[in-house]
Write a new protein. Structure first.
Length: 68
């Protein structure tokens, strides 16, 4: 899978697709693990907008820098 660049050459850390059954309802783009955890916490909140949807998290391939 080739990385997709979203503006200014930044590769997202993960993409969360919020699903209602088989239908995708929304998408959240996260740039680090903290953003993933915050988005999933919104799903756990019974009063939150995303509580009614099932999250599917897709982690992108992150290139690691080698230090010589």
């Amino acid at each position: 899978m080739n990385p997709t660049y979203l503006g200014f050459g930044v590769i997202p850390y993960a993409v969360i697709i919020w699903r209602d059954g088989d239908e995708a309802k929304s998408k959240t783009i996260c740039y680090d693990e903290l953003e993933v955890q915050v988005a999933l916490a919104m799903n756990a909140d019974p009063k939150g907008f995303y509580h009614q949807y099932e999250p599917k998290v897709y982690y992108t391939a992150q290139e690691q820098e080698l230090i010589a």
